[in-house]
Design a protein around this ligand. Structure first.
Ligand code: XMP
Length: 326
């Protein structure tokens, strides 16, 4: 039987009881596969890698070595949440690498979106490789591959797989959720006790805020973007939009306009709000955000975030616009 094909009689995991049965089965299979060896996992904090981490911790505890690379392009509080949940909460064997300076140095002056993506991807492989070489007894690599990854890309999806590792660093794969759909991964995540905030996380591109800090990334503009994005998320939480809207974020372009603050000329960047609904991200519609919410967000961002002096709301559906701004 093709192990990458979901059997047609496989029941959809929709309840805690079905999730528990899945977890018990996978714990057994993982123990049989891994025995007393170590498993390495790149833990981004996204839903899939987080669920795989929690599953492996349950199965093999400290034999799992998680590596969380903070590329400096995470949203506000995300790396802290990974440490809180996995290191403090689940007592995981977690290596945390703050690679912010490394990434921002490499990205300095680079404004082409594709080149930015390539740099971010290549640097990740390099850091992951460095960490892998320091460890002994690692024979397995765990990955948060899910079924749509297999269907859509024949098992190879650059942002999930740590592809590109050198020949002498090839591991046997452990992919416990590879036959599950996203909604099933979430049910399993809840059953494993992961926090709602992590399990319900909206999609976030691998290159992170790097694709939303448009043009060449600078520390001050990246900081402004992160703060403005945190305010948007907070206000969406407050008014119940966060559980309704599929994806919402801020993009900050690399130009300034003139404004007035405290009676003085104040040049700043615009913060662009994107809030879309979609089923498969191939097309998307715009969420109708109440004006009072938009005013509140605008007021907070322009008052609280250094460097931003205007807030814009993007009304463009996909197509013609893509969801991201790059
Ligand atoms: P676009 O901008 O193409 O985005 O309409 C469609 C969806 O894909 C997400 N996206 C990514 N997801 N790695 C990911 O996991 C990436 O490199 C990446 N780039 C875009 C985007 O956020 C949207 O949900």
């Amino acid at each position: 039987m093709d192990s990458n094909k979901r059997p047609c009689d496989m029941q959809r995991i929709t309840t805690p009881a079905l999730a528990k049965a899945f977890i018990d089965e996978q714990v057994k299979l993982i123990r049989e596969q891994v025995k007393d060896k170590k498993v390495l996992l790149a833990l981004s904090g996204g839903v899939d890698s987080s669920v795989v981490a929690a599953l492996l911790i349950k199965a093999i505890g400290k034999q799992l070595v998680c590596v969380h690379v903070n590329h400096g392009l995470m949203r506000k509080g995300e790396s802290e949440q990974v440490i809180e949940v996995f290191k403090n909460g689940l007592d995981a064997n977690l290596i945390y690498i703050d690679a912010t300076d490394r990434y921002l140095e490499k990205l300095k002056g680079v404004d082409s979106p594709e080149t930015k993506r390539k740099i971010i991807g290549a640097e990740f492989i390099r850091i992951f490789e460095e960490e892998a070489r320091k460890l002994e007894g690692v024979e397995f690599l765990a990955q948060g591959t899910i079924y749509p990854d297999i269907i859509e890309s024949d098992g190879v999806k650059a942002h999930h797989n740590v592809g590109g590792l050198p020949e002498d660093l090839q591991f046997e794969l452990v992919e416990p959720v590879k036959l599950l759909y996203k909604d099933e991964v979430r049910v399993v995540g809840y059953e494993l006790g992961l926090p709602k905030k992590m399990v319900d996380r909206q999609p976030f591109p691998g290159p992170g805020l790097g694709v939303r800090c448009l043009g060449a990334i600078t520390r001050d503009r990246l900081h402004a973007l992160r703060e403005a994005d945190a305010i948007l998320r907070e206000e969406f939480d407050n008014c119940g939009l966060s559980s309704k809207v599929w994806q919402y974020f801020i993009a900050v372009p690399d130009f300034k306009s003139v404004g007035v603050k405290d009676g003085k000329r104040y040049e700043g960047w615009p913060a662009i709000i994107r809030a879309v609904n979609t089923v498969d991200a191939m097309s998307a519609t715009i969420e109708e955000i109440p004006y009072d919410v938009l005013h509140k967000i605008t007021d907070r961002i322009t008052k609280e975030v250094d460097g931003i002096n205007r807030v814009l709301f993007d009304l463009t559906p996909k197509p013609i616009g893509t969801i991201e701004w790059e």
